[in-house]
Design a protein around this ligand. Structure first.
Ligand code: B12
Ligand code: SF4
Ligand code: SF4
Length: 353
């Protein structure tokens, strides 16, 4: 018997996942989510805000056997998106190619490989934030890490700057041991660092206060009291991960060929430069600049809204021109934020703040 075939299917599957470029891989059995109660309570408190897809998929999220009928196991993977690059106006996860596309393609390749290994077609489906699954719950069960107090899944030797994905299959694979330890200990750095006080308690995030939600998921006006704490963040936020000692110590530098390396349209541009460029973009220019980027999610109107908030916080009276131009934007959302930003810049220049 060759060495390759003497290894278990589970070991070979994980080796194949590493070969496809994933940084962590583990297996868990599907079933009721152990943290279903935390999810339910979170929804009931209204912390999901306008993310209606979360309550819609409630039942399936509670039990991971439901999304794919007949599925028994999940092969859960994680893919690093760096962490050594400087923090900036665009969250690290969104600087390069869209992780949904990159990871789904690789998970589907893993599925095809599994079918070939087994010699028959298995039923299964790949998910990367694309369906009703509590991905962090699955990942902890598959041994990939623990729930940090900032709610992110943290791995002791990779930190938390990684995406999660799962391949659900109708094959009974031997599960890995779940990650039982809580390695946060007495640390509270993430909770203390959040500029919008979005943590209600350790591991409970009021998403409606989170900059990531406000700049990406929220389609409407950003509540005024939260605009200033957004600071220079144009899209997403990394603060509660930047301060985590596990990221400080164990996050990785992106390889030169990583699909998550920063795209040209973002380059090393500072927040003001980017905000000005975005406010001046036509819909076609926006499409060209952000083709294949996760930043498309906010749409041009959402990004212009965010850009106005950023300029309100870091801009100078010289930015009045681009903001005045935005007062004629076809979107009322953009006009409203531009008007507010002009007023803020005027106030700041008067008070010298
Ligand atoms: C909705 C959502 C958001 C919302 C809400 C986030 C949140 N914390 O709930 C918003 C828009 C704010 C958001 C932001 C971000 N997100 Co997001 N998001 C999701 C999504 C689609 C669902 C998460 C969800 O179900 N939330 C509901 C809450 C209740 O669940 P939870 O936060 O996962 O918490 C679980 C545990 O913490 C535990 N738990 C909760 N309370 C308690 C209490 C105790 C005592 C215990 C023991 C456990 C426990 O149970 C919960 C349910 O399993 C997932 C993809 C997916 N399908 O799972 C991505 C996902 C969680 N996001 C991801 C990322 C990368 C981000 C950002 C880093 C992006 C950015 N830089 O801007 C930020 C991080 C902000 C943060 N501190 O969490 C990654 C996280 C990877 C990781 N290492 O954990 C995911 C998995 C997407 C992916 N496929 O990679 N996100
Ligand atoms: S991502 Fe930013 S705003 Fe959201 S909880 Fe973390 S530090 Fe707070
Ligand atoms: S900063 Fe501290 S408390 Fe927060 S996730 Fe990291 S180790 Fe846990």
């Amino acid at each position: 018997m060759s060495t390759a075939t003497s290894l278990s299917l589970e070991t070979r599957t994980k080796a194949q996942a590493f070969g496809l470029g994933f940084d962590l891989a583990g297996i868990c059995a599907l079933g009721p989510a152990e943290t279903a109660h935390a999810f339910e309570e979170w929804l009931d408190q209204g912390y999901a805000g306008t993310m209606d897809y979360l309550p819609r998929g409630r039942d399936k999220r509670r039990d991971s056997r439901l999304p794919v009928p007949g599925a028994m196991s999940a092969i859960v993977v994680a893919m690093s998106y760096g962490g050594r690059e400087p923090s900036g106006p665009v969250a690290r996860y969104a600087r390069g190619e869209d992780y949904h596309d990159v990871m789904l393609e690789r998970l589907r390749a893993l599925h095809r490989w599994l079918d070939e290994e087994l010699g028959y077609q298995t039923a299964g489906k790949a998910y990367v934030d694309t369906g009703p699954l509590l991905e962090r719950d699955l990942a902890r069960r598959a041994g990939l890490g623990w729930f940090g107090k900032n709610t992110n899944l943290v791995n002791p030797s990779l930190g938390s700057f990684f995406f999660l994905g799962a391949l659900l299959v109708d094959v009974a694979l031997q599960p890995d041991a779940p990650f039982e330890a809580d390695r946060c200990g007495t640390c509270t750095r993430c909770l203390d660092a959040c500029p919008t006080d979005a943590f209600v308690a350790p591991r409970v995030l009021d998403a409606t206060r989170c900059i990531s939600y406000l700049t990406i998921e929220l389609k409407a006006s950003i509540p005024e009291p939260l605009r200033e704490p957004i600071g220079d963040r144009l899209y997403g936020c990394d603060i509660c991960q930047d301060v985590c000692p596990y990221n400080v110590k164990f996050s990785r530098a992106l390889s030169a060929d990583s699909p998550y390396a920063v795209r040209e349209s973002l380059g090393g541009k500072d927040a003001g430069t980017l905000a000005r460029e975005i406010l001046g973009m036509s819909p076609d220019e926006f499409t060209a600049a952000f083709r294949g980027s996760p930043m498309k999610r906010a749409k041009v109107r959402g990004l212009k809204r965010n850009a106005a908030v950023v300029l309100a916080n870091v801009g100078t009276p010289e930015d009045s021109q681009v903001l005045t131009h935005a007062l004629a934007d076809p979107e009322p959302l953009v006009r409203e934020h531009a008007a507010w930003a002009l007023e803020r810049i005027r106030e700041r220049s008067e008070t010298g703040l």
